[in-house]
Design a protein around this ligand. Structure first.
Ligand code: GRF
Length: 208
């Protein structure tokens, strides 16, 4: 691999349990992601993901929104933190804050998110419930680049799961989550290897 000499740094932003973070940690530890998990940042002090990061030996930072007058200042501090850790890629993994345009410009084309629906269907929150209520027969998850809209950036990878007759939010969410844990590391590794090519809205993943 041509970029093997320059290991990339990943930062993960979380707000909660961090199961996707754990999938990323496992992939880094197992070699499926050839990058360093440089720092994990949470806007929620009690987020279980912070412990997961510490266990892995990564820096885990709680950045308190209450310590800043507004989103702009909070995001500016976040940008400073991530830049000081030489972050190449920012992965959102259950990060429950909208990023300001300033943040997005600072890491333009280098922010990914995992979303538990097949975008552009069901952007936003509580999307497994919305998918069930709408009666779709298939749902899934999407890894996408983050732009200034809500879940609107170019789609990198998707995985489809069936919606079964007996499903409730819990069972559907669990089926989707399993796929989240599978495809997020794949998308991250493709990026780390320089195989993700963005052409307008279309993203091509070059073969290894
Ligand atoms: C996941 O369903 C993810 O798709 C969404 O938020 C949830 C985070 O879960 N953006 P976890 O914290 O990774 O377990």
């Amino acid at each position: 691999m041509s970029q093997a000499n320059s290991k990339k740094n990943i930062a993960v932003l979380i707000s909660g349990r961090g199961s996707n973070l754990q999938a990323i940690i496992d992939a880094v530890e197992g070699g499926a992601i050839s990058a360093s998990l440089r720092v994990v940042v949470s806007n929620v002090q009690s987020a279980h993901g912070l412990e997961r990061a510490r266990k892995h030996g990564s820096e885990a930072v709680f950045l308190d929104p209450k310590a800043y007058p507004a989103r702009m200042e909070f995001d500016a501090a976040l940008v400073d933190l991530l830049k000081s850790r030489e972050t190449d890629l920012v992965c959102l993994a259950g990060y429950m804050r909208i990023l300001s345009p300033g943040f997005i410009r600072s890491f333009s084309g280098r922010i990914m998110n995992i979303h538990p629906a097949l975008l552009p269907a069901f952007p936003g929150l509580d999307v497994q419930k919305k998918a069930l209520e709408h009666g779709v027969k298939f749902s899934g998850c999407t890894v996408h680049f983050v732009d200034e809209g809500v879940d609107t950036g170019p789609i990198i990878m998707q995985s489809v799961v069936p919606v079964l007759d007996g499903d409730d939010v819990e069972t559907l969410s669990a089926r989707i989550l399993k796929e989240e844990h599978r495809i997020y590391p794949l998308a991250i590794q493709a990026f780390v290897e320089g195989r993700v090519k963005v052409e307008g809205r279309r993203v091509r993943i070059l073969k290894t």
